[in-house]
Design a protein around this ligand. Structure first.
Ligand SMILES: Nc1ncnc2c1ncn2[C@@H]1O[C@H](COP(=O)(O)OP(=O)(O)OP(=O)(O)O)[C@@H](O)[C@H]1O
Ligand SMILES: [Mg+2]
Length: 127
């Protein structure tokens, strides 16, 4: 499960001070389909970046499979993303951006395909 608790994101830079998300609680279960809808600039991409561990919240936390992303090393965060999350970015030829939480995100499928290929090579009779 992917769970956000009290998620707040504030961008500050020079005179810029924008609080985009404030106290967002959200749970996404494996296999669940969820649409996040809002006007342009309302914070949809910001939320997805936080929930995917691509950016850190100002406060609050994101847990993926029970692990608080902010407490993990960048390497462990990357490992979890690699195994459990897949992103589809908002390119001009796609209607929307989003991510999925699944047992079989693209990176995990590539990894498994590699393992199968190595296993096949290992078990092939010597020529
Ligand atoms: N790195 C950043 N620094 C400063 N402000 C930012 C940053 N990223 C996003 N924002 C601001 O946060 C707000 C939300 O942006 P976000 O991209 O999350 O909106 P969105 O809902 O995904 O919009 P769209 O539908 O156009 O994709 C906007 O006002 C945006 O200008
Ligand atoms: Mg967006």
């Amino acid at each position: 499960m992917l769970r956000a608790t009290g998620l707040t994101k504030r961008f500050t830079e020079g005179r810029l001070d924008v609080t985009v998300l404030q106290g967002v609680d959200l749970q996404v279960h494996r296999g669940e389909t969820l649409a996040i809808v809002g006007t342009s600039g309302s914070g949809k991409s910001t939320l997805l970046h936080l929930m995917g561990g691509l950016d850190a919240p100002t406060s609050g936390k994101v847990e993926l499979k029970g692990e608080d992303l902010s407490s993990l090393s960048p390497a462990r965060q990357g490992e979890l993303r690699n195994q459990h999350l897949g992103f589809v970015y908002q390119f001009h030829h796609l209607p929307a951006s989003g991510f999925c939480l699944s047992d079989s995100p693209p990176a995990a499928r590539v990894q498994r395909a590699r393992q199968r290929r190595h296993a096949a090579v290992d078990s092939a009779p010597a020529a």
